[in-house]
Design a protein around this ligand. Sequence first.
Ligand SMILES: *Cc1c(COP(=O)(O)O)cnc(C)c1O
Length: 362
Amino acid sequence: MENRIYNFSAGPAVLPEAVLKEAQENLMALPGVGMSILEISHRSKTFDDIINQAREDLVKLLDISDDYSVLFLQGGASLQFYMVPLNIMPPNNKADYIVTGAWSKKAVKEAKRVGVVNIAATAEDGNFNRIPKQEELKLDPGASFLHYTSNNTIYGTQFKTEPEAGNVTLVCDASSDILHKKIDVNKYGIIYAGAQKNMGPAGVTLVIIRNDLLERCSDDLPTMLNYKTHVDKNSMFNTPNTFGVYIIGLVAKWLLNNGGLDKMYETNKHKAALLYDCIDESEGFYKGHAEKDSRSLMNVTFNLPTEELEKKLVAEALDAGFSGLKGHRSVGGLRASIYNAFPTKGVEELVRFMKEFQAKNS
Ligand SMILES: *Cc1c(COP(=O)(O)O)cnc(C)c1O
């Protein structure tokens, strides 16, 4: 096999090697089917089994009750920024948003097309280096929902627990940390996530929606933008991303076969601690962007004393087989994305590399 390097990309991102191998082995012909997953009809029994199994395994991993529907949609999390308010902002037509980064801001922009947005809190004054505390939230008890972004991919901050929304429906963009640990789905009205960070390839958006919310979806909505359409048609009103759903199914199986989400969470905490310890023990050579209690387990963001050194580290790291470490332009510096599929060994090797780099350059 081709040598694989360590891929720290924020998304699309690393996938489990076992998943890639299985997909490769079966790419010419699915066992017992004689055709590739890329060639079969989404109306076939084979694909029905694939999508249903993927859903079942996600239900098992997240312990999702029958009160919820699990959808595989398209248009990315970015389409959900509009679909969520379009469907469930009525009848009150107002919603609360916690703004913790660029993705939250984009979500707010779309919600304003539908109704009134109340910014319950924002962390923009510190360049989104922290998660607002519960007591800072200015919540409207009459809001249709409270929207938040569980993990801020660009800034490297993450909610440790979901905000308390009282009786208001909680909506979460979990694009970059879905499946990184077990969550209590019953606390949520809608959870949505683009697959390409922690769950699969680009082109599928997972939507978990509590069924009673479907009553809010007007029949006058465009067919494809109405959640009811996709619930009624088992995510196959139109042709779904068959390959993407297949890979998500393999990733879900991989998680189940490797101890499920509690085990994954332990591994994720361990991996992140290796990197944050390296940063904290560097005596200021590496400086984390996020405040300590807001640090993300998925995206570790940090700076060096100068931009020159940052460029040097990225270049030398690439030569050494670590790709995708350049930070997002709005934070600068570096970002190591260490999603579920990123191997612990790769984090250990990066830490060794960073220590050597510091010794040579400080
Ligand atoms: C990447 C990302 C998005 C955008 O996802 P698309 O699938 O490209 O629309 C939205 N929210 C978060 C938190 C992200 O990380």
